[in-house]
Design a protein around this ligand. Structure first.
Ligand code: AMP
Length: 392
């Protein structure tokens, strides 16, 4: 296990925290402050422990001087002040005299936020390319480094790997600790362990399927990706989405794991990708050449529930239908509500299924919602996350 914040003596020390303040902004206003709210526990702890805290984060992509205009972290400093009810000094620079003076003047219990780390990307991708001098410079500002930005943990940047490789003490914050504690359960899962996979493309999930198939008791496949598996089995899938490049992978998997991979037996089909065309429920062997399957059908929902009823752990990535359309969110909604109602220990991973859970108002009943996006998927593929690996 990585070194956690609560096991490090931070009193009177300068602590650099890499946060994830990559919030959506519109006309300089934050439209969703969830990421800032989630970072509060770690920051509050550092204030309470009388550390001198420096916060670093990226915000969006910055490749030109023009990009800087609407990618400043200044609105984040204001929002943080409001949420913490403490003064947050914003330094509109990423290095230089103003930064160094700000750090020198920091008193115990005070907080400083530096400008968007990706402002360093304009001149040769110094942040995203993990420029050695930049990582060493940021590390030189503090005594301890805490990484609490899980969303960028799969990247080797100056503000995570660069700092931790140049500082004596580094550790993980409470947000990453929670993510890892939940995700580590997947390495040795309680059984039965059921995986639900949906979404549109098989190609994006190959790494996850290969890494998880031996540990899972069942893999329930829905969403658009089910059609590639079904076509590989010889079914007519009509106009439904198909990832033709990966037909042979699907065929190989269903042959090797015939009892483990569970495919839908019926669908809600229509003629166009729209909420305005007639919906029919059809069994898989009834699909016509012009049918487009946009959701799993009622029999499939029941089969999935039956597999889930005794589950001790469920991992779910990707919706079971086009949940963005009213007519085709039913399957995803029903399975989400079943898990919530029956208190089945569930980890949701990936933006779409998290959005579906929020819309279905079941997030409070879900054991863990992994917000890491790319980092979560790479973890599920069994890859090493450099931002965490550098903390040893
Ligand atoms: P992914 O990024 O691969 O997880 O895919 C998520 C997307 O898959 C969502 O936007 C869904 O609308 C889409 N999706 C789910 N089921 C289907 C389907 N049957 N046909 C087409 N798209 C689908």
């Amino acid at each position: 296990m990585n070194k956690c914040l609560k096991n490090i003596d931070i009193k009177n020390k300068v602590v650099i925290i890499r946060c994830d303040f990559n919030v959506p902004l519109k006309n300089g206003k934050i439209i969703d402050n969830t990421r800032i709210v989630k970072s509060l526990e770690t920051i509050k702890y550092c204030i309470k422990q009388q550390a001198k805290t420096i916060l670093l984060s990226h915000l969006g992509r910055v490749t030109t001087e023009e990009d800087k205009k609407d990618k400043s972290l200044k609105p984040v400093a204001k929002e943080l002040e409001k949420l913490l009810n403490e003064k947050v000094t914003f330094i509109p620079q990423t290095r230089g005299e103003e930064v160094e003076n700000g750090v020198k003047n920091l008193k115990a219990g005070e907080v400083l936020l530096l400008e968007n780390t990706r402002f360093e990307d304009i001149d040769g991708k110094k942040e995203s390319g993990n420029d050695k001098a930049l990582g060493a410079y940021w590390a030189s500002l503090g005594d301890i480094f805490i990484n609490d930005a899980f969303g960028t943990a799969h990247r080797s940047h100056a503000s995570n790997v660069g700092i931790s490789s140049n500082i004596k003490t580094s550790g993980i914050g409470f947000l990453i600790e929670k993510e890892l504690t939940a995700l580590e359960e997947l390495n040795c899962p309680d059984k039965p362990f059921i995986v639900i996979l949906g979404g549109s493309k098989v190609g994006d999930k190959i790494g996850v399927i290969e890494n998880i198939v031996e540990k899972a008791d069942k893999i329930l496949i829905g969403g658009g990706m089910a059609f590639t598996f079904l076509k590989a089995e010889g079914y007519e899938i009509g106009n439904s989405i198909c990832d033709n490049e990966h037909l042979s992978f699907c065929e190989k998997m269903t042959k090797k794991y015939p009892d483990k991979i569970i495919l839908p037996v019926d669908f809600r089909v229509t003629s166009e990708f729209s909420d305005n065309t007639k919906v029919e429920e059809k069994d898989i062997d009834e699909l016509d050449f012009n049918d487009m399957g946009l959701d799993i059908g009622p029999s499939t929902v029941e089969i999935f529930k039956n597999h889930l009823k005794d589950a001790k752990l469920v991992l779910w990535n990707g919706p079971l239908g086009v949940y963005e359309l009213e007519n085709y969110k039913i399957g995803t909604d029903k399975v989400l509500k079943y898990l919530a109602k029956n208190d089945i220990k569930t980890i949701l991973a990936g933006g779409d299924i998290v959005a579906a859970a929020t819309a279905a108002k079941v997030e409070d009943k879900i054991y863990h919602i992994s917000t890491g996006g790319g980092a979560t998927l790479e973890y599920l593929e069994g890859k090493v996350l450099p931002g965490i690996d550098a903390i040893k």
